[in-house]
Design a binder for this molecule. Structure first.
Ligand code: ATP
Length: 374
């Protein structure tokens, strides 16, 4: 493997704590200037991987390279990385300017240069004029911006962020997501961002690595993760999805014919030759790709018939949960409330409905959790 091709390269890294394998033989490449997220449920190993990149943990095996240099055993402050934690980690008794300039104190800069740099980062985090304010007089969002500036002023090649927005309330968090993303574009530094929040990772990242039990399940752009999940676990973790059991009855020129009790007979692309005739598979459909009808549409032969079991009104959209005979799980359908006056309002509990779908929106998934195709 050429160690210089990628900006950050994680090569077969394993980290155990006693009998727990926190990071399990991970290979990963991150490009320069990327906003890269590590996403997964609690305990999947994302913080451990970030701490290995920062130098706070030493691996049992494997190597980490940044710009081709082996940094696996370098101590944290000798690495071209800096870390931002969830709990702000700024000094409450110091003012904002001293907090931001803290890391520069050994650099023997003139007062003028020091203030010039601090002012620049204050402006970048939209806190110009707050230099003299004590850190404990700031809001949570402001404190986290100070923590960011304090890390960025050291001009690291890589900024490692461990759930930096985790302690903020929903509205502030949403605003900070936008700010953080535009800040990253402005400074052009590579960000490696840990989160368990799938929406957050999708909305901010260039690419996302989905982790589970110390392993990486898939690395993709946000839209690929959602539209083309490579296995059932990723499909389930990223958003909501309906699964239907099906069998492959024939394969011809990378087109599979699939037979499903609920979806009927469907032809869909199945690349890579990873399926065989007779194979039992899953067909996934996202809730927003399904369409609800209050009367049976005549032109569509492939319809799922059911009864509305539950409705969640969420403002801009509603979720409908449909009971279908023979299916133990309710089918989830999501519909924008733009036409609520005409159709959505007429869909009520216990109403009989028909669900239609487009072949293009089907996601074919192998039952053994390996790889997907379309
Ligand atoms: P969270 O989102 O809850 O922070 P995570 O995905 O970041 O979870 P890690 O903190 O990396 O997960 O932990 C991965 C596994 O390693 C967990 O089972 C955890 O209990 C274990 N672990 C992490 N650090 C240590 C440690 N210092 N000593 C023992 N076990 C640890």
């Amino acid at each position: 493997m050429n160690k210089n091709n990628d900006f950050i390269m994680v090569d077969g890294i394993t980290k155990t704590f006693g009998s727990v394998v926190a990071v399990d033989n991970i290979n990963l490449e991150i490009k320069q200037g990327e906003f890269f997220s590590l996403l997964g449920a609690s305990g999947c190993g994302k913080t451990t991987l970030l701490r290995l990149l920062a130098g706070f943990e030493k691996p049992d095996k494997g190597k980490i390279y940044i710009e081709g240099e082996d940094i696996t055993y370098l101590i944290p402050n000798k690495r071209p990385t800096n870390m931002v934690f969830q709990n702000y980690a700024i000094f409450p008794h110091m003012d904002v300017a001293s907090n931001i300039g803290y890391g520069l104190r050994k650099e023997k800069l003139s007062n003028k240069e020091l203030h010039h740099r601090i002012d620049h980062y204050l402006e970048l985090i939209k806190l110009s004029g707050y230099g003299n304010r004590k850190a404990d007089q700031l809001s949570g969002g402001q404190r986290q911006r100070v923590a960011l500036a304090r890390a960025l002023i050291m001009q690291p090649k890589v900024l490692l962020l461990d759930e930096p927005l985790g302690a903020l309330d929903k509205q502030l968090r949403a605003n900070m997501q936008i700010e953080l993303r535009s800040l990253q574009k402005d400074v052009g530094i590579t960000f490696v961002f840990v989160t368990h929040d799938q929406e957050e990772s999708l909305s901010m990242s260039d690419r996302v690595a989905v982790m589970s039990q110390g392993k990486i399940l898939q690395v993709s752009s946000p839209d690929e993760l959602y539209e083309k999940p490579e296995n059932q676990e990723v499909a389930n973790f990223i958003g909501t999805i309906n699964f239907f059991e099906a069998n492959i009855s024939s394969i011809h020129n990378e087109i599979c014919t699939i037979e499903s009790k609920y979806l009927g007979i469907i032809k869909t692309k199945c690349k890579y030759n990873i399926y065989s005739i007779g194979e039992h598979v899953l067909v996934g459909i996202r809730p927003e790709k399904l369409k609800l009808h209050i009367s049976k549409p005549e032109q569509d032969s492939r319809l799922i018939e059911g009864v509305v079991e539950n409705i969640s009104y969420l403002g801009e959209r509603s979720h409908y949960y449909i009971k279908t005979e023979g299916l133990s799980k309710l089918i989830s359908v999501s519909s924008q409330n733009v036409n609520r006056a005409q159709i959505n309002k007429l869909i009520t509990d216990k109403k009989k409905v028909w669900i239609s779908f487009d072949n293009d929106s089907l996601i074919l998934i192998k039952k053994n959790n390996k790889k997907t195709s379309f």
